[in-house]
Design a binder for this molecule. Structure first.
Ligand SMILES: [Zn+2]
Length: 60
């Protein structure tokens, strides 16, 4: 494989990952990331779990 081709692929990969991270950071700063706060302890947990990771209370 030609060197220029590999370099181009690496550049595209870096741009893609960087763009993804920038998008996530922008969403986090705008407060639009889909986070869920536990009602009992108020910490950010995930709805993927049935129970809060911190206090163990049920996540609705
Ligand atoms: Zn909790």
């Amino acid at each position: 494989m030609a060197n220029w081709f590999r370099d181009a692929l690496e550049t595209l990969f870096v741009i893609g990952v960087g763009g993804m991270l920038a998008s996530v950071l922008r969403q986090a700063r705008a407060g639009t990331l889909p986070v869920y706060r536990c009602r009992s302890c108020g910490r950010v947990t995930s709805r993927a779990y049935a129970q809060c990771r911190y206090c163990g209370s049920l996540v609705e």
